[in-house]
Each structure stands twice: as C-alpha cells, then as structure tokens.
Design a protein around this ligand. Structure first.
Ligand code: DLL
Length: 442
C-alpha cells in the first residue's frame, strides 16, 4: 500500500511506522496480542469469574474477531477491586501507579510495568509526531503532575521524542506566560480551557501571544469544540491538536489527530476500539454513534478487557487522507454517564454527594449547576442545610460554606463554588431528583 509520509516533512521517525501498518498485518498483530492478553487477564479473579460465567475459556479466543465473546469491564470494577485487585503481575514488576476519580469517595488506581510505560510513552510520542512536533521543540507541559496521568504522560512522551521538556505543571498563569516567553516554548500541552484562559490573561501580563515562537497546542482531557480551536488558532500562531486518553487504559495518547485535524487516530495496535450501543452493549458497525469500548492489547500490569469508557463517538468509516491505517474516531463531545470535567478534573455527582453527606449540617437536598463562562466550565453546588443551622449571620454561613467546600475538595481535589440555600428552597421533583443542571453549550 502506498505510504504517505508527507505530513512528517520527510522526517520519518521509526515509531510512526506502526501508524501505517497494512490492515491485514495490523489484524494479525491485534489477534496475536489479544490471545496473549486474554491468557494474562484470566489470572485476574474478576476477569476469570466473568469469563467463566459466560462460558468463555482463553482458548476460545483465537483472533481479534472473537473479541465480542469477552466480558465488558466497567469503572465500578476498578472501584470494587480497589486498589490493586485488577493487577495481573507481581507488585515487584509495577514501576508506576496513577489514579483517577472513582464514582464515590475513593479514586481508582492503575499500575504500569516498565514495558507498559514504554508503550504508553511511545503512544504519546506517536501523537506528537502526528502533530509535527520534533526533537528540538520546547514542550511546556502544563497538565497537572501527580496521580493524574496528564502531566507525567505528556512529559514521558515528549522526552522520548527528544523535546526539551519544561515541566511547568498547572496553575499560576502569569508564571506560565513568563516561562513561555523567556524559555522559547514552541509546543504547549494543557487542557483547552486553560489555554483559552491563558490567551485571555496574556494582555494583562503584557505578553503578545502572536509574537511568541509557540506553534503547537496539545489539548485534551476534556471535550472541546471547533469554535474553541478557531479561537485558539486565531489568537496565537499555534495549530491546535486534540489528544485523547483515559487513565484506565493508559492515560493520554490512546489516540490523537493528524495534520488533517479530522478525527482522532486510535493506536489500534495497542488499544482496540469498538463502538457499542450504550444501553444494550451490542456492537455497532463503523460509522454509527455509540459508546467507545477499548481493550488494552499491550498492557501487562493491568490488562483491561473491553472497557466501557462512556465516551460517545463513532468510528469514521473511511481511511484518512494522511495514509495512516489506524482508524479514526470523531472528537468526543459528550458522555453516556453523569461524569463532568471541570478544569480537566473528572467529577461524578456521586462524589459531591458523598462529600456533602460528610458535613452533618447538610441535608440530602442539593443540586449541581454547570455553566460555561468565556469557554471555561464552572460548577456551583447548591445545598440546603438543616433549618437549625441556617442562620442570618453572614459570618456563620460563610464558615459553613467553607467547611462544605473543604469536604468537596478532599474528595475531588478542586475548589468548587458552594452556595448555601435556605431549607426547602430547592425545587423538588416527584420523580427522579434532577441533580445536575447543565447550562453549558459545547
Ligand atoms: O484525562 C487523560 C488525558 C490527559 C487525556 C491529558 C488527554 C490529555 P482521565 O482523567 O482518566 O484521563 O479522564 C478520561 O476524560 O474518558 C473523556 O471523558 C475525557 N477526555 C480525555 N481526553 C479527551 C478529549 C485523562 N480529547 C476522560 N476530548 C475520558 C474529550 C476527553 N474528552
């Protein structure tokens, strides 16, 4: 098959070769990897019991076409086996742990072997190569460093590529802009909402974004739109690229856009994508919209079979003009569950509920209001407190408000606005309580 390296400026990197594997070769590789993966996953009690219940043995899985015989894995499985119950290797082989929001008070934990780290970083690097980023670029990583996979993932991939990495981590916009200007940053990785915030603040700090050497933006961890891309590209000299990923599967780098900026290539040799009907779990053909399900074909520490991402998208049924054989998904704009993402942090309403219930003055009557102001998502929690705790004193209410805010911070790790509401003031429903009021338009 004709291979088109044009978008690599003739500057071919060996790690990109896999992006162009002929489809039959790719299927063979996927089949071989799936067979190995299932053997390994069968050592994990949860996967074994699920497969036994369905009457599927590892030997029944002979090729990638058998994948639909396998059980799904859900976020709740990671919660129920917290922290290490889905690990398939001895702890002496685990070289890294990360964590992400669970649906309630505890996070979910993911582990990596040395080889998993290599595959993950290489996947991030393949994304960067697709965007046109090269050795010699100065990469400012402003995703959070820590248990979140964003900072360390982009860091590892950029370093593997040979970029000069600036591990700025998140926050302190004035300092970020100063670094960007003084260090000669040419590529930036952060949430799209944070970059828009930087653009808006830049004038205040006397930085002309158009005069910077900044050329590439690596944006993900939350949904964003073409309008946001236009805004970013108009107000700076960057080309803004989408990067997708999730902790349960690896972190950033499960897929990304190529220079066509028309859908995200999924690195199918490592992460096998399926689209299913979110209600029935039935597999849908390419082109149809549904929930993205991913199997980690190359993961050793924590092999994941058919993970229900809850991200809604479709697989684009035609090959990409760039020549890559890896199929593309459309950008992710919404989810099939109630998780929302604020400043790149995943939040479940159930986590907020747990936090509120830890404060004895709170009642179970609350609602979560999501808004989008100048392309930045904001969230406000309104909660009714017990009548005997509701006072006319502004100071007393403020103390209580801070206590509630601290309880929420303890669980979700970001500061969320809290509004205390008089008892019996929030609207009641005679059916299911409507907890989340989403006034955002994405
Ligand atoms: O957000 C990993 C990541 C870090 C991706 C940096 C890209 C850049 P989690 O915290 O586990 O992992 O959140 C995963 O975030 O299921 C999506 O709902 C959402 N998400 C991630 N990337 C995108 C994107 C990281 N490009 C969850 N567009 C996923 C839309 C995204 N949503």
């Amino acid at each position: 098959m004709a291979q088109n390296w044009n978008d690599l400026n003739g500057n071919f990197h060996p790690a990109s070769a896999a992006d162009f594997l002929p489809r039959e070769q790719l299927r063979d590789l996927q089949s071989q990897r799936l067979v190995e993966l299932v053997k390994l996953a069968y050592k994990v009690p949860l996967h074994k019991s699920r497969m036994d219940e369905m009457g599927v043995k590892p030997s029944d899985i002979k090729s990638i076409d058998d994948i639909s015989k396998l059980p799904f894995t859900q976020k709740s499985d990671l919660r129920d086996t917290y922290p290490y119950g889905l690990f398939a290797v001895d702890s002496s082989e685990i070289v890294r742990l990360h964590a992400s929001s669970g649906t309630t008070g505890k996070p979910i934990v993911v582990g990596y072997t040395e080889e998993d780290m290599r595959v993950w970083h290489e996947s991030v690097m393949r994304c960067l190569l697709m965007y046109g980023i090269r050795r010699g670029d100065f990469m400012q990583v402003c995703y959070g460093y820590g248990l979140f996979t964003g900072g360390m993932g982009l860091h590892g991939g950029s370093e593997m590529l040979g970029c000069t990495v600036i591990p700025a981590s998140g926050g302190n916009t004035e300092r970020q802009l100063m670094i960007m200007r003084d260090f000669g940053t040419t590529a930036i990785a952060c949430t799209p909402s944070y970059f828009i915030h930087m653009i808006e603040e830049s004038q205040k700090y006397g930085v002309d974004m158009k005069k910077l050497p900044l050329r590439f933006g690596v944006f993900g961890a939350e949904p964003w739109s073409e309008q946001m891309r236009m805004f970013m590209q108009k107000n700076t000299n960057i080309k803004a690229f989408d990067i997708y990923g999730l902790s349960e599967i690896a972190g950033p780098g499960v897929g990304g856009e190529c220079c066509e900026q028309n859908g995200l290539h999924i690195f199918e040799d490592n992460f096998y994508p399926e689209i299913v009907d979110p209600d029935t779990g039935e597999v849908l053909p390419d082109g149809e919209e549904g929930e993205l399900v991913i199997t980690t074909l190359a993961k050793r520490a924590m092999p994941i079979l058919r993970y229900r991402t809850h991200d809604i998208t479709s697989i684009i049924p035609v090959p990409c003009k760039c020549g890559r054989t890896m199929r593309r998904i459309r950008r992710i704009g919404r989810r099939s569950d109630d998780m929302f993402i604020i400043r790149g942090v995943n939040v479940f309403p159930s986590q907020i509920e747990v936090a509120l219930m830890r404060v004895e003055e709170c009642t179970p009557n609350y609602r979560i209001i999501l808004e989008r102001e100048k392309d930045l998502d904001t969230v406000t929690v309104e909660v009714e407190v017990q009548s005997q705790c509701y006072s006319d004193s502004v100071a007393a209410l403020d103390t209580l408000r801070k206590k509630i805010q601290a309880s929420i911070f303890n669980i979700v790790n970001i500061r969320i606005d809290v509004r205390i509401v008089q008892p019996n003031k929030l609207p009641r429903s005679d059916g299911k309580a409507k907890r989340v009021i989403d006034n955002r338009k994405i």
